[in-house]
Structure formats: structure tokens, C-alpha cells
Write a protein that binds this ligand. Sequence first.
Ligand code: CP
Ligand code: NVA
Length: 308
Amino acid sequence: MLKPIKLANKNFLSSLDASSEEIDHILEVAKNFKNNDLNIKLKDKVLGLIFDKSSTRTRVSFQVAMSKLGGSTVDLNPNTSQIGRGEPIRDTARVLSRYCDVVAIRTFKQSDLEEYAKWSSKPVINALTDLEHPCQALADYMTIKEEFGDFKNVVLTFIGDGNNVANSLILCGALLGVEVRIACPKGYEPNSLVIKKAYEIYKNKDLLKITNDPNNAVLGANVLYTDVWSSMGEENKKKEKEKDFNGFTIDSNLIEKADKNAIILHCLPAYRSKEITDEAFESKRNRIFDQAENRLHAQQALLSCLLN
Ligand code: CP
Ligand code: NVA
């Protein structure tokens, strides 16, 4: 039976906190969990959940993952704990380290997550920041691997806002050697440091392309991926962004230009007739709900590799 190997880094704040081999290993462990081939128990281990933003998938998949592993979760809602009243991060981190074995945090600034991790003696997981969503990327690449068997010759085209989800797809894609194309409107390109780091990792620099032309980016692509146009915390930019993202909807026109066996992914939640048409969302090419299910298996694997 496959045995989860402990990750070299204490935390998973970024896709880059794991090596290529470690990401491969997490995906393999996740597959084993999905197939019920693993019986790892994290009995009595407690995962703390600090969510400054809404969540359905991430929160529930972490809760169910811990429950399946024999551990439990504590929901540390910032509104009902002292976190929301401004208790310093470094104090919260030191206290919760005495109660919890691992903490997953969803917040705005990556620097707040890093500050927490600096003061925590226990592993910290990024459950989404404005910069990255590395747990999402694990489930995404697991879904792609399920479909295509491996990542050789797979072209992933992301159409939308170059923020957290796109940034993690780039970094994890670089580690796995996947060709990633990002098509976004001008001014919505992925984080420049993320792009720089990805180019340092890619052995073949042609494998990452950032463009403002979605029609060109989807040519022959095997995976079409999109995310909401207005992320959490950007509710006041909704109107402006809808205008800026005109032409960046995954629809039958873009799908026709992709490979004929291309699959469609979306991290969810989805807004029909904005980033994706209802027809595209509901088409037989969608693997969106397998992708959502894989959040559970990937996080079981991640927790096993952080806590064993
Ligand atoms: N994809 C994702 O992270 O979903 P939630 O916001 O529901 O957690
Ligand atoms: N980019 C989106 C992802 C949601 C899972 C957001 O940050 O709201």
C-alpha cells in the first residue's frame, strides 16, 4: 500500500511549497484515496479553519476530509472569535498552535497568511488568498491526469482573470511541466512574480504563454478553464469588470477552436452567461463536478502528507 511521504516544507502556502516530485506524490496519494486503496488515519488530529471569505467547496471538503481520516475540524469563524476584533495574527497563531495540529486559512493578503505561518508551530494551508489557490490547483491537475493519463502534450488554456486560481495553475503547471496558456484582458494579467518564478521552473520556456487573445489561446487546447470575473472582495468592481471581460466567455465559438476532445473545467462558483455560457457549462465535455469532488481527495492527500 502506498504510504504518504512527509513534505519537506512545514506549510502549503503556495504551490511552490511543494517540489515537482511532491506534487506528483500528492496526486498519486489522492488517486489512491479516491479508489479507496488507502486507509490512513489521522486519529485525534484537529484542523482549524479560519475563513475570512465565503466558501462551500473548500470548507466542506476540508471538513469531510478530516472526518474520513478520523480527525476533526474546528470552525474558527473570524466574526465570532477574537480574530475579527483585531487580535494580532501572531498571538492567534501562537495560541491555536497549542490546540490544533494544522490550520487552513482563507483570507485576502498572502502576507497575512505568511505572517500567521511564521508564528505557527503547526502546518498552515492556503485555502485561498488574493494571490493563490494552491489546493484548487491540486484538484485541477488531478482531474486533468484522470482524463488524459499524464500531462504529456496536454495544453491547458485558462480564460479569465489572472488572479489566484490562474496564478496557482501557472505555478503547479510549471512544476508538472504542463503547457499553460492564460488569456486575459489587458490589465488583468497574472502576478508578475508568479510568471517570473514559473519561467525559472519551466525547462521549456515556450510552455507558458500570457496573451490578451482568447481565440488564439484556445487553438488545439485540451483543457478550457475559467473562473469568476469578479472575485470575492471585488463586488464593487463587478460592472467595470463585466465590460472589460467582454469576449472572454467560454462559449461554443471558443470550444470549436479547441481540440475536439477538450474538457471544460471551472473552479466554481460559476456565473452563467458571464465567464461561461450555460451550454458550455452543461456540455458533455464538462468535468466540473469531478473537479469539485477531487478537492476532497486532493486535500485528504495533502493533509496526510503534512501530518504523517
Ligand atoms: N472553488 C472553491 O474554492 O470554492 P469555494 O469558494 O466554495 O470554497
Ligand atoms: N477567483 C475566485 C475564486 C473562487 C474559488 C475568488 O477569489 O473569488
